[in-house]
Design a protein around this ligand. Structure first.
Ligand code: RIB
Ligand code: CA
Length: 316
């Protein structure tokens, strides 16, 4: 039985790869894709979600949610690593921005329609999730599980010395979500940064002649260039894709129950995810945290899932 899923995301190239897998993997029924500001501003994120789905043209179109401006966010973005348009500057066009309900409304409607049956995979800042919980206070206990891409346990950040981007961008919403009663899993940088993709990953993608293969070959070269030019690295990280793999094949990961919170005020520590790892923790455990994954098997899962997407998008 396919798992009902909402993906909330800020495409973003790694988000787009995750969407490409989820649209066609038989283990997932992608009911909705909701956009949030993060890697790119809200309007661009909404356009990118629609552009990816129009380009891949899946048999079942998911419901789309529109991102809206985030008050008080960190006022940053990730366009250096994802392109000015967030998808590698390939001029992805959309027919026209469909009238879309706000992402938080779509999340509430979809979860309410299937209580206790929807997994919410969060691949961007947690703005929409916090808004949905504020809009419908019962929602946290109606979501089957929240799976969050982001944070870090070891305190080694990627947007600041200590903070991961999704938590940093909207730390207040991240704290709201961490403190909510929803069942949650966190897939932090500690794990996603162990899954490094060298150039040979491009050779393992579906053929160029498939819609998925052509699309991924249009956006991924930007990521390889950005990692080489800005970070001096010959391999790349696709954090959100690793998080999706944790939903497709959870057995490839090891988890620890932990108690986590998010710093919302620190001059140097804004967005830091803090965990009570004292010998006798005083904080109540509130999430399962992925602490290890088998990198090669995670990559194999990516390749196998994308191969299914390639078969589903072969020819015209
Ligand atoms: O820190 C990595 C996360 O921030 C990923 O979700 C990436 O897409 C950006 O949103
Ligand atoms: Ca993302």
């Amino acid at each position: 039985m396919a798992r009902k899923v909402i993906i909330d995301c800020d495409p973003g190239i790694d988000d787009a790869v995750a969407i490409s897998m989820a649209l066609f993997d038989p283990r997932i029924e992608l009911v909705a894709v909701t956009a949030t500001a993060g890697n790119v501003p809200a309007e661009q994120a909404s356009r990118n979600v629609q552009a990816v789905i129009e380009r891949l043209d899946p048999p079942r179109f998911p419901r789309l949610g529109a991102a809206t401006f985030v008050e008080g966010c960190a006022g940053t973005d990730n366009r250096l690593m994802h392109g000015d348009d967030g998808l590698g500057n390939q001029g992805h066009v959309i027919s026209r921005l469909h009238h879309q309900h706000p992402s938080e409304k779509v999340i509430c409607d979809v979860v309410r329609a299937d209580p206790h049956r929807v997994t919410l995979i969060c691949l961007g800042p947690l703005t929409n999730i916090a808004r949905a919980f504020q809009r419908d206070p019962e929602l946290p206990v109606l979501v089957d599980r929240l799976v969050i891409s982001g944070g870090c346990v070891d305190g080694v950040g990627n947007v600041t010395a200590v903070a991961e981007f999704n938590m940093f961008f909207d730390a207040s919403s991240a704290r709201t979500v961490f403190r909510s009663p929803v069942t949650k899993t966190l897939v932090p940088l500690d794990v996603t940064r162990t899954v490094r993709l060298t150039l040979d990953f491009l050779d393992r993608l579906p053929p160029e002649t498939t819609r998925v293969g052509g699309f991924l070959r249009s956006i991924l070269p930007f990521t390889y260039r950005a990692y080489r030019q800005r970070l001096g690295q010959e391999s790349i990280l696709l954090h959100d894709v690793v998080t999706l793999v944790s939903v497709l094949e959870p057995a490839l990961f090891e988890y620890t129950e932990m108690s986590g919170d998010v710093e919302t005020r620190g001059e140097l520590t804004l967005g830091l995810t803090v965990f009570d790892r004292r010998h006798s923790p005083q904080w109540r455990a509130n999430m399962d945290v992925a602490r290890w994954a088998d990198p090669e098997k995670v990559i194999d899962c990516m390749v196998n899932s994308l191969s299914l997407a390639g078969s589903a998008t072969a020819g015209e």
